[in-house]
Design a protein around this ligand. Sequence first.
Ligand code: AMP
Ligand code: MG
Length: 190
Amino acid sequence: MTGRRVIVTGVPGVGKTTVVTGALKVLEGEGISYRSLNFGTYMFETAQKEGLARDRDEMRRLPGDIQKTLQQSAARAMARESGNILVDTHASVKTPKGFMAGLPEWVLRELMPDTLILVETDEDQILMRRLSDETRTRDMEGSGAIADHQQFNRAIAASYSMLTGCTIKYITNADFLLDRAVEEMAAVLR
Ligand code: AMP
Ligand code: MG
């Protein structure tokens, strides 16, 4: 049997990488291991090599066909991994031309997840987290736009479940309650 394939998504700044790191640490102590793959990193390695982007936050502003080419080759590369894998990515990416599916049909066919996790929290909390993150060029948008993005992600996640039969799990990463989110994610991955 091949391993489990879990995709973790969430709008920028929700803290998905933080929750993933915590959950994998909990599981490591139990002898359960996942290989954690960051979709954006796979895309960025190619984009950088080809001189298309200087930092990872530039990619979502590239022409749509280029983003799709990078997306497809990243999915192919990740599909070659065996064992339990966890893919850190986005249900949808906010581009200047509108939301782009993070997991269109041809990406899902490569990855075929068992479970898709949506890490979420109140839009006001996400806004504050973005404002205090100096390591990234986060989109400057209001809490209403962040709420819309999270709503769109739930909608598109339903279609991902239709295409693959994967389960959909919402995990709340609320302020001061990181431990709870970590435990919930560990429970899904166990
Ligand atoms: P992140 O570090 O997770 O915010 O990802 C950095 C960038 O990688 C995003 O802003 C997107 O441009 C790109 N990216 C990540 N996952 C996907 C995906 N599934 N489809 C398209 N672009 C993606
Ligand atoms: Mg991240």
